[in-house]
Ligand binder design. Structure first.
Ligand SMILES: [Zn+2]
Length: 197
């Protein structure tokens, strides 16, 4: 189509999630006509995210230090642990302002069709955290879709014998959806109304 660098950029952009060929072309030509300082800032941001961002060694949220901001906060309680699929779910729940406990990011959900089982998620690390005896309640805030429900059921069966209260977010969340797309009020209510499973 185009030659050299502009086509390389279109190809790279087109590999990003949610960016179709037309968007890739539009962004590439925007970059071409943009101010060099703006393009440099973008390039630096892309490089820095790979250099600086890593996963929290405790909860596997994104972090720029050994531990993420939530794990470093001494004002939060260790007695309630909220299990989510991805770091973006931590952001969604933090936005509600309803939760003052800690998180555990699984890194996905059980999905047999795609070959994702408990061993591919951070389940072992979760059980190790629960083993210290500090956690009184485990909130399963996986997505309200088939994979998320399967993951919550699996974890519930695993954790309940440990004598820890296990709760699931209340309904009201869009079924089949992604936690991150729920608005703050709906997600906040789902949190308040969580039920034992
Ligand atoms: Zn953390």
């Amino acid at each position: 189509m185009y030659e050299g660098a502009i086509q390389d950029l279109i190809d790279e952009l087109g590999r990003l999630p949610g960016v179709g060929p037309k968007s890739a072309q539009r962004i590439a030509f925007h970059v071409l006509s943009a101010d060099p300082a703006d393009v440099n800032r973008l390039a630096t941001a892309l490089r820095k995210v790979k250099e600086l961002v890593r996963f929290c060694t405790t909860c596997f949220n994104v972090a720029e230090a050994e531990q993420c901001r939530v794990c470093r906060d001494p004002r939060r309680t260790n007695e309630v642990l909220c299990v989510v699929e991805e770091p973006k779910d931590v952001v969604a729940i933090e936005r509600t302002g309803e939760f003052r406990g800690r998180y555990h990011v699984l890194g996905g959900a059980i999905n047999p069709l795609e070959g994702v089982g408990p061993d591919n998620l951070r389940v072992r690390e979760l059980l190790m955290r629960l083993g210290t005896g500090e956690v009184q309640e485990l909130i399963l805030a996986t997505d309200p879709n088939t994979e998320g429900e399967a993951t919550a059921t699996y974890l519930g069966l695993l954790v309940k014998p440990m004598g820890i209260a296990v709760t699931r977010l209340a309904s009201g969340l869009p079924v089949g959806g992604d936690l991150e797309y729920a608005d703050e009020i709906t997600l906040g209510r789902a949190f308040e109304g969580r039920r034992a499973i």
